[in-house]
Design a protein around this ligand. Structure first.
Ligand code: ZN
Length: 235
């Protein structure tokens, strides 16, 4: 692992190493700490406000082999492939590539996809995004109706920071990858984001609202917190 030698007073800590490094600095952070972010596939350095860059640089440098080992052990990024079995909106789906076939079409448990092999991944990803937009919009609208709230729209994003978010303009964003999560996790996330239409915070009342929409949300929430990183294996 190479290190860029530092000269002068100013240098960019984020770009000083030949691996992706995210630097977070705030008054709340009491000590230097390193972790690996599976979503962004980067090392994350938490740095107290008082800490100078040279000290931080030395700290990261002292942990190079640990960082290298952790980044190397991340699962390889995957493409969707012919014959692959997926779970889409909680239902099994097998990808079947037929070059002469037209636009992706689901027939029973099979998703037929046409075109060149090189574009297979892209076409399937676009298909999942289109289906997610329809599915998540109609489901969120139903939940919003139950709460007597207005939902202005749903967008499907490729975010890596959050699985979903609800804006003060009554608009919900979902990550397209959540379409590949188990049913109970999708149920939980829909309930969570829609409940924000009524309660923008995470108060006790908010969680009661989530429960009113999704009675047993613990399993879905736990999966999201412990296993959802695997959804980032898809490019
Ligand atoms: Zn929330």
């Amino acid at each position: 692992m190479k290190i860029t030698l530092l000269t002068g007073k100013t240098f960019d800590l984020q770009n000083a190493f030949d691996f992706p490094l995210t630097v977070k600095s705030s008054l709340k952070i009491k000590r230097l700490n390193l972790r690996i972010d599976h979503k962004t596939r980067s090392a994350v350095l938490s740095m107290p406000k008082w800490c100078n860059k040279k000290t931080a640089f030395d700290f990261v440098s002292a942990h190079l082999s640990w960082i290298e080992e952790k980044l190397a052990s991340l699962p390889a990024l995957k493409n969707f492939e012919d014959g692959q079995k997926l779970c889409l909106f909680g239902k099994p789906l097998t990808i079947c590539h037929r070059p002469d076939f037209g636009a992706p079409q689901r027939v029973g448990d099979t998703l037929f996809v046409g075109g060149q092999k090189a574009f297979l991944h892209r076409r399937i990803k676009d298909y999942i995004k289109r289906e997610a937009k329809k599915e998540f919009l109609s489901r969120s609208q139903l939940l919003a109706q139950k709460l007597g709230c207005t939902l202005k729209g749903v967008s499907i994003k490729d975010t890596k920071s959050r699985w979903g978010s609800c804006s003060s303009r009554q608009h919900i964003n979902y990550s397209w990858r959540i379409a590949l999560a188990p049913t109970e996790t999708i149920d939980y996330l829909m309930a969570h984001e829609t409940a924000h239409l009524k309660n923008p915070n995470h108060s006790k009342v908010f969680w009661e609202t989530v429960q009113s929409l999704c009675t047993d949300f613990t399993k879905g929430k736990t999966w999201l917190e412990t296993n959802a990183n695997q959804l980032y294996e898809y490019r």
